[in-house]
Design a protein around this ligand. Structure first.
Ligand SMILES: Cc1ncc(COP(=O)(O)O)c(C=O)c1O
Length: 395
């Protein structure tokens, strides 16, 4: 049998400590490794496979499109990306969309838009305020936007134009706002930074402040969007609309695609100011169209909300049972379990032995981001495994 873990060690840039599983197949909420062992997947391609692995609606759309037209570029019209654009706009309060390929690329586009807005309407303002413990992607600009020192330090000097402030603190945003500020960019729930939930009134206060100052509010919903936290767009949980939103991860149901959307008043990017070779790719656009359509028609976000509550309840029972669990927090199916010591690696490895995939979020926390189509049965199964794993670890 080919040892892919050896090949990785020998040839691949060693930037990620991979978990020791070679995944070769997936269906629904299950994946199989190269020995044929089956796992319940509560990582879901890192919050990507919102309809589960190889959902029939997505597979059908991709198969149809891949044999018809694979790539054209945005220099031409083609049905899939325009159908997707219409679907996204008509199901949101935004009037304009640009389709690209990854979360960081969507955020870069949103920041470019904000800078043009600043140039045209705010006397040349160009700074974007972001939060500590945020995560916005791995390009140099998004590294500057990402308020995490350990991610930024290896790449200094960083591009200018980003100011990082404390999350959940409106006064910090107010203090950082100057005549150079063109936008505030936030995740509605900080996902990679620890599943940090905002105070109930924080996003509304930020909205009010942005309105008072005439600056843009960008929500990075790369992870929270497309149903993940119980609504099609996460901000709906707080009733606070941004001017610009970015989406990726779940958008393509497993295919790489992203988008940024804006209200008409700030959709100021004009001819020649933005493009992407693979933007609006027919195959990924067809996948995204079928994903979003299925998600809306079947109220998948509603399922994420309902099952998320059930999962949180069951995790709460485990917290009562195991004193080393210090916190269970999340919204919808974006959930973190925190421990009083750095045992997340051990938890992940023992879960793997027990046929469950969970994500190492921090040394002392794991994250559960399963497909949004799971039911109580998968939750019960995962909870049974976690109970066994925690029991083994506490010995
Ligand atoms: C909120 C958020 N923004 C941006 C990104 C970056 O997305 P990508 O890895 O597709 O560039 C991520 C990835 O985890 C994310 O969670």
């Amino acid at each position: 049998m080919v040892n892919y873990q050896e090949i990785d060690k020998k040839y691949y840039m060693q930037t990620i400590v991979r978990d020791p599983v070679t995944i070769v197949k997936g269906k629904g909420a299950r994946v199989w490794d190269d020995t044929g062992k089956k796992y319940l997947d509560f990582v879901g391609g890192l919050a990507v496979n919102c309809l589960g692995h190889c959902h029939p609606a997505v597979v059908k759309a991709v198969k149809n499109q891949v044999g018809t037209l694979m790539q054209t570029s945005l220099w031409y019209y083609s049905p899939p990306f325009l159908q997707l654009a219409e679907l996204l706009v008509t199901n949101s309060p935004f009037q304009r969309v640009f389709i690209c390929n990854s979360g960081l690329e969507a955020n870069e586009g949103a920041v470019k838009l904000a800078r043009r807005y600043g140039a045209l309407k705010l006397g040349g303002a160009y700074e974007v305020i972001t939060a500590f413990n945020s995560f916005h992607g791995r390009s140099l600009a998004m590294t500057a936007a990402t308020g995490q020192k350990h991610i930024q330090d290896p790449f200094r000097p960083l591009p200018v134009g980003f100011v990082n402030v404390e999350f959940n603190n409106i006064e910090a945003i107010k203090k950082a706002t100057t005549d150079k500020t063109c936008a505030v960019m936030l995740e509605v729930v900080q996902a990679e930074g620890g599943v940090n939930i905002p105070a109930d009134d924080y996003l509304k206060k930020v909205r009010d402040w942005c309105d008072a100052k005439g600056i843009l509010l960008i929500f990075d919903e790369v992870q929270t969007g497309i149903g993940r936290i119980g609504k099609l767009f996460g901000y709906q949980l707080w009733g606070v609309e941004p001017d610009v939103i970015t989406l990726a991860k779940g958008l393509g149901g497993g295919m790489p695609i992203a988008a940024f959307m804006a209200k008409e008043k700030c959709a100021v990017l004009t001819l020649g100011e933005h493009n992407a070779t693979f933007g609006g790719n027919p195959v990924t656009s067809a996948a995204a169209y079928s994903t979003v359509k299925y998600l809306i028609e079947n109220d998948v976000p509603g399922n994420a909300m309902k099952i998320g509550k059930y999962l949180m309840e069951k995790l709460g029972e485990l917290k009562q049972k195991y004193s080393f669990i210090t916190d269970v927090r999340g919204r919808g199916l974006l959930i973190a379990v925190e421990f009083n010591k750095d045992i997340s690696k051990q938890v992940v490895l023992v879960c793997i032995e027990n046929s469950l995939l969970v994500n190492r979020l921090k040394p002392n926390a794991i994250r559960l981001i399963p497909p949004l189509i799971i039911g109580n049965q998968e939750v019960d199964e995962a909870i049974g495994i976690l109970d066994r794993v925690f029991s083994e670890i506490s010995k």
